[in-house]
Design a protein around this ligand. Structure first.
Ligand code: UDP
Ligand code: MG
Length: 335
């Protein structure tokens, strides 16, 4: 793998996942370059082409022809955003790494403040969204998710912070060394610790194209976030079990009272009660089984130990090496 990593490490590496972003990359590159130029920092781009089916590879090649700071890794298929980010972090060669979306929703103007905080000793500088320009339903779902996450997560994950953040070298190395496959990056980042600072950044509108992340994927990411950082659903299942048992016992006492003390039973109540109890218990059991199943599915994913992604090209050159650094960060000397 050493062949693909031909340049010395940069002070700052901009990692950008891109899936069908041909209409955004040119603008992204020029806006970010313009934002970084006055800051006196040595930087490089690392795009992760997540198996795009449009002209993304051609646009990347044309950018590289003009700017040697542009590099990219292409994944063998569309592995999804979290896998693309894992690939990007594994190959980042920066003393600091900034993760930014390709669609310009992450404002390049925030880079100056991030770098300043990092130079003052912060290990993670994450963007806290001060506003969102997405439609109401999506915004409501995001708010619900962030509240839920804050309530149940075992590590405090900052609210309204997404992937847009600067990561110091040691934080990137620690995240790369984490063995798990289900990766909710804002959670992993919070879990690692060190000095983390939030700065307010307004989330911009997508420059061109439609969001590549479907609602289904966002919901599944939200589930990943909650389930990998909380056992609350399992605890909820236990609490539900105890509650239902207790209520059934109360019901039993009431029935016994009618039967043996009052010696009468209202007509028709018996059948309805049995039917309701049956449905109710069935529902509760399915719910609990579902919660356990969600965890079991994730355990299954983990034990398979498949890599998060397979890379097929480095800056347009095919990668033939099967032994890809899926979990280990590329050794720094290689970079
Ligand atoms: N992305 C990716 N692989 C995917 C989906 C998205 O690499 O399967 C990239 C996409 O190109 C963009 C970033 O992830 O740079 C965020 O995606 P999107 O804008 O669709 O998500 P949203 O902003 O709606 O959360
Ligand atoms: Mg976007």
């Amino acid at each position: 793998m050493a062949r693909r990593l031909t340049q010395p490490g940069h002070e700052l590496c901009i990692v950008t996942p891109a899936y069908n972003e041909e209409a955004n990359l040119e603008r992204f590159w020029s806006e970010v370059s313009a934002a970084l130029a006055p800051l006196g920092i040595d930087y490089g781009f690392l795009f992760v082409d997540d198996g795009s089916r449009d002209g993304t590879p051609q646009v990347l090649a044309s950018l590289r022809a003009r700017d040697a700071r542009v590099r990219w890794i292409r994944l063998a298929r569309n592995f999804g955003l979290q896998s693309a980010l894992t690939a990007g972090l594994a190959h980042s060669d920066g003393d600091a790494t900034v993760i930014m979306d390709a669609d310009l929703q992450d404002d390049p103007a925030a880079l100056a403040a991030m770098i300043e905080q990092w130079r003052e000793g912060a290990d993670v500088v994450y963007a806290v969204r001060t506003s969102r320009r997405e439609h109401l339903a999506k915004r409501a779902l995001f708010t619900l998710f962030h509240r839920l996450m804050a309530a149940v997560s075992e590590v405090p994950v900052p609210r309204d912070a997404g992937t847009f953040a600067l990561y110091s070298r040691r934080v990137v190395d620690h995240i790369n060394a984490l063995p798990e496959r289900n990766r909710y990056l804002p959670g992993l980042r919070a879990w690692v610790g060190f000095r983390q600072v939030g700065i307010g950044v307004a989330r911009r509108e997508r420059h061109a194209g439609r969001p590549a992340q479907s609602l289904r994927r966002l919901v599944s990411l939200a589930l990943d976030g909650i389930l990998s950082f909380s056992k609350a659903p399992l605890r909820f299942a236990s609490i539900l079990g105890v509650t239902v048992t207790f209520l059934s016992f109360l019901g039993l006492l009431i029935v016994a009272y009618w039967r043996f003390v009052q010696r009468s039973f209202p007509a028709g109540v018996g059948q309805a009660t049995i039917a309701l109890a049956l449905f109710f218990l069935g529902g509760v059991q399915l719910l609990v089984l579902g919660a356990v199943g969600e965890y079991l599915g994730r355990v299954y994913d983990e034990v398979k130990r498949r890599p998060n992604y397979i890379a097929s090209e480095w800056c347009g050159e095919p990668l033939t090496d099967v032994a890809q650094p899926a979990f280990q960060p590329a050794a720094r000397d290689d970079l």
